[in-house]
Write a protein that binds this ligand. Structure first.
Ligand code: FAD
Length: 492
């Protein structure tokens, strides 16, 4: 007999509620604990996991397997092609291991909920005790509602309520302890499970050797790295985060998003650690730490939105009236956006950062999403997809939420006529052009403010000589076109 914990996007030992629960059940009953991970290539394709994200997951699993082995806990990993087959396969494995208890954390996306609902039914039929656990958000989706007993669709009142909830329910910020040594005699009983091989990345998700090496250096895998990053960020940058978070050159944010995405660190740990740095306050003291906590809360917010309005998982925008927007279908402009060759230096720098690092700064995520959907008037879903195909931190809820913000089709209450001006954004957040010069080498010799708009500010000859394109559109004209189209769609 045994107890099983099924890992998904919660690849850590620290503060993992379902894993802790599995460990406690095993300990109480003197049974061995087995950990399980299933990779479904079909699922990775359907959910557009980027090769960088798949690679980070596999590297994280390798670390996790080592950490678990030190506790005599085996991590059994398997590839199951079809995602529909996952619940059946888990039940088969439980039967093979004579496990009567299965634990796992909940993922809130529609396909994942359906998969887990099927598993709950199958387990019930087969006498396996399985109750999925809330762990992914700091405050459980559904726990907060407005005075009209409705789900909040606007962040600011939601955040106030999130803070108040945590003050009233401090147990939500209690971190669960990591498991100790395997309580059952696992080494003897389950020795075969200890040499389980890591799954291979599916063919369509493989990185080149050069990319793998680069991402390994940029994002070393595992929870130890994530915790170290958190501590270092809070110590060195936390207090200035409110002032520096939008500055593009240098590193002023935590770059923890890849680790949240594969669950190497829990959002709870992040909030608890930041709260501690903030002299244990959740509502005052230092604006830097508080602003950072409020950013981590955005992650919760978008998951709450997704859970309440699951139709957004079905390729739909949050505001149905925006379905009527008449988009352009210019393949060349889309390609120029992807390649960072639009002739708008800030947009191009950001898109090249994405290609090189599989990550982009939040400020430029807003700039390029607005540029795609408003300046180019291309369907925001193409950009949303391109981000998922390339981001190492690709997360459905945050990405959909971010694209909803950039294209004004989401929960954000700001009206559609707020259109980012790439030039103003560039001058404001990269005043000396350092970020642009780093990512757009064609412009590295352009001096002063000309960097923001070389062809209009007297640096056209350098730009042209180095093959940097002229702007593919005129921002002022595009702004008018977008306003007309959005207005027309909303009048229908
Ligand atoms: P920090 O500034 O250090 O913030 C700490 C953490 O707070 C982040 O790691 C993240 O978990 C959370 N956070 C911060 N800002 C946001 C936000 N606006 N929305 C949700 N969570 C936030 N984030 C993703 O994790 N995955 C995505 O796929 C994703 N796609 C985005 C697409 C667009 C168009 C936009 C505008 C934003 C998107 N974001 C996404 C949110 C945000 O850009 C990233 O979380 C952030 O840039 C990650 O960098 P960091 O870890 O240094 O963040």
């Amino acid at each position: 007999q045994a107890v099983v914990h099924w890992f998904k996007t919660d690849l850590r030992l620290q503060d993992n509620r379902a894993l802790r629960m599995a460990f406690d059940i095993a300990k109480e009953n003197g049974l061995p604990l087995i950990c399980l991970y299933i990779q479904s290539p079909e699922d990775l394709t359907a959910h557009i996991a980027s090769p960088a994200r798949v690679d980070l997951t596999l590297r994280t699993l390798q670390r996790l397997q080592q950490d678990l082995a030190e506790l005599d806990i085996p991590l059994y990993m398997e590839t199951v092609e079809k995602r529909k087959a996952i619940p059946g396969r888990i039940v088969e494995l439980c039967q093979q291991w004579e496990a009567k208890h299965l634990c796992a954390n909940i993922e809130y996306e529609v396909d994942e909920l359906r998969r887990d609902a099927k598993l709950v039914r199958l387990c019930a039929k087969n006498n396996i005790d399985f109750s999925p656990t809330h762990d992914n958000c700091v405050v459980t989706p559904g726990a907060l509602s407005s005075q009209q007993s409705k789900q909040y669709a606007v962040y600011t009142p939601w955040f106030r309520s999130w803070l108040a909830f945590l003050k009233e329910n401090p147990d939500y910020l209690e971190l669960s302890e990591e498991p100790g040594s395997n309580p059952g005699d696992a080494r003897k009983k389950l020795s075969g499970l200890f040499d389980c091989k890591l799954p291979n990345a599916p063919e369509n998700k493989k990185l080149s050797d050069k990319e793998r090496k680069r991402f390994e250096e940029l994002y070393p895998a595992g929870e130890h790295e994530a915790l170290q990053r958190l501590e270092k960020f809070l110590e060195e940058k936390g207090r200035r985060y409110d002032k520096m978070r939008s500055v593009l050159p240098g590193k002023h944010t935590s770059i923890l998003s890849p680790y949240f995405a594969c669950g190497s660190i829990s959002a709870r740990t992040a909030v608890v650690t930041a709260k501690r740095a903030n002299k244990n306050h959740l509502d005052r003291y230092d604006a830097g730490y508080m602003t950072w906590i409020s950013e981590v809360a955005w992650r919760d917010f978008y998951k709450h939105v997704l859970t309440h309005w699951p139709f957004i998982c079905m390729n739909k925008c949050f505001k149905p009236e925006h379905t009527n927007i008449e988009w352009e279908y210019d393949v060349d402009q889309f390609q120029a956006w992807c390649d960072g060759k639009t002739g708008f230096p800030i947009v191009d720098a950001a898109m090249r950062q994405l290609r090189h690092c599989a990550w982009m700064h939040n400020r430029t995520r807003m700039v390029v999403s607005s540029f795609l959907s408003k300046d180019l008037l291309l369907d925001w879903r193409r950009g949303e997809r391109y981000f998922m195909e390339n981001l190492i931190d690709g997360d459905f809820a945050s990405n959909h939420g971010g694209w909803g913000f950039g294209s004004s089709t989401g929960v954000d209450p700001q009206p559609y006529f707020r259109i980012f001006n790439p030039l103003r954004q560039s001058e404001r957040f990269d005043p000396d052009g350092e970020y642009i010069r780093h990512w757009v080498p064609e412009l590295k010799d352009v001096e002063g403010k000309a960097i923001h708009d070389p062809y209009e500010r007297g640096a056209g000859s350098i730009a042209e000589k180095n093959g940097y394109p002229r702007p593919i559109v005129n921002h002022a004209e595009c702004r008018d076109r977008a306003l007309t189209r959005y207005k027309k769609a909303l009048q229908k």
